[in-house]
Design a protein around this ligand. Structure first.
Ligand code: SF4
Length: 462
């Protein structure tokens, strides 16, 4: 039987501040991010080195958002492996995966437990390769992803860096472009590929889970769904001419893009996630300058329509106040966009703790009449405590913030990950002029609808 909250339970307030624990975290676990990144590689199966509960949690989260089956293997720690090490478990898990899935690659990410006991995964992999040296082995990638060191985003980025470190090779440079877009929706990835193809730019998108996690229906179950960046394409990333990575806070960090630059001389460019006209203009400008090609007419028209929509809708959004939360760079992108359309991003929050969040958010604000409250390393309970008196009109983020919008009596515009309480989270388009257009329409309509609901008489013309 499903237990529903009573009114009293829903209104329960935690009045004591005498605690330090996280209540309803505004972040997810690092191996989850790594697993999603690994599913963006063709024929790759994620393997969680730790206990079964971690992989079950990750499967549940990913399936609930993408509405697709996803197999995530586990090395299945027992009490014994927690004490004596999980080397035997890991090797058995690799054997099992090879037998059952015949994967092209196995993406191993470590859990809090295996990291805490200091399991030497590199050594185990080396031993495995040596004892199976006469056999054709899948590529084995290892990402170190203890969740106490970072969020799902750090896990995601770590998996990508480990992937190019393992696979990319140097050589004469080609005229190809690498695009490392970060943790976006499947629809975003499809749109980015469309943009690059329309420009006529040869490219490698890493990771590409646009099909593996949002594919067509099957006649028969596929153990590893089709799609993803091919191993050959990742090998060739070391010979590309340039890499664009999205995420302003990645600047100066040891990412896949900086590895490719340092090791193979592939020039790297870090841009904000292209949400809004300002940031999308920068992305298109970079593509134009890099390729020497004109921006295709269809995108100039999309931009023009978006400007027109801003003019039509500005009176509904100007001066409104929003809470936004989620991954640090995604929140920074949303803040910059809300600032562009005249909404005050009054509270910008992330569960991540990068030390760069405030600087990143502020760098994108040009018009905001007040400095937003910018909180990192925060949780949803703290966010609710903080925002009660802020005069909020709208909440924007994943479905995990639904209870905040409900408490405040304001609309939630669902974006990002995870979206568990609606279908189509994987098909939300956030990026480019087209994605911004869709976000703008949703935000304006949510605000109009909230106004209609509040109205004593209601109205049907605006
Ligand atoms: S124990 Fe660590 S790795 Fe496992 S689910 Fe929890 S946060 Fe993630």
């Amino acid at each position: 039987m499903i237990k529903t909250e009573t009114k009293e339970e829903f209104n329960l307030e935690i009045t004591s501040r005498n605690f330090t624990s996280t209540r309803n975290a505004c972040k997810l676990c690092a191996p989850l991010g790594a697993s999603i990144a690994f599913r963006g590689i063709e024929g790759c199966i994620p393997l969680i080195h730790g206990s079964q509960g971690c992989s079950t949690y990750i499967r549940r989260y990913v399936i609930s958002h993408f509405k697709e089956p996803i197999d995530i293997a586990s090395s299945n720690f027992s009490e014994q492996s927690a004490i004596f090490g999980g080397g035997d478990n890991l090797k058995t898990a690799i054997d099992n995966l090879r037998r059952q899935y015949q994967p092209a690659a196995i993406g191993i990410s470590t859990t809090c437990l295996s990291e805490t006991i200091g399991d030497d995964v590199e050594l185990y992999i080396d031993q495995y390769r040596k004892s199976n040296k006469d056999e054709s082995l899948p590529v084995i990638i290892h990402a170190s992803t203890p969740s106490y060191r970072g969020t799902h985003l750090e896990g995601f980025q770590e998996a990508l860096r480990a992937t190019v470190e393992t696979l990319a090779r140097g050589g004469p440079h080609t005229d190809r472009l690498n695009l490392i877009p970060g943790f976006l929706s499947a629809e975003d990835l499809r749109h980015l590929k469309e943009i690059l193809s329309d420009f006529g730019i040869g490219h490698t998108l890493l990771p590409d889970y646009s099909e593996t996690l949002d594919g067509e229906s099957w006649e028969e179950y596929q153990k590893l769904s089709a799609g993803g960046t091919t191993i050959e394409a990742i090998r060739a990333m070391g010979r590309a001419q340039a890499t664009i990575q999205f995420g302003k806070s990645l600047k100066g960090l040891n990412t896949a893009a900086t590895f490719l630059e340092g090791k193979f001389g592939v020039q790297s460019l870090t841009l904000g996630i292209p949400v809004g006209i300002r940031e999308t203009d920068l992305f298109f400008k970079a593509l134009k300058e890099w390729s020497g090609l004109e921006i295709p007419q269809k995108y100039q028209q999309e931009r023009g329509r978006l400007v027109d929509a801003y003019i039509d809708g500005h009176k509904y959004v100007y001066g409104k106040r929003a809470i936004i939360y989620g991954e640090a760079d995604f929140v920074a992108a949303l803040a910059s966009w809300l600032d562009e359309i005249g909404i005050v991003p009054a509270l910008c929050a992330t569960g991540a703790c990068t030390g760069k969040f405030k600087e990143t958010v502020l760098s994108g604000l040009k018009n905001c009449p007040e400095e937003p409250l910018i909180c990192e390393d925060t949780d949803f309970a703290d966010m609710l405590d903080t925002c009660r008196t802020m005069g909020i009109d709208m909440v924007m983020g994943s479905s995990k913030g639904y209870f905040i919008s409900r408490k405040l009596g304001v609309p939630l515009v669902r974006v990002g990950f995870p979206i568990h309480d609606r279908i189509g989270g994987q098909r939300i388009l956030h990026v480019g002029y087209r994605g911004t257009q869709q976000l703008f329409d949703r935000v304006v309509n949510a605000l109009i609808e909230a106004g209609q609901e509040r109205s004593a008489v209601g109205y049907s013309y605006i």
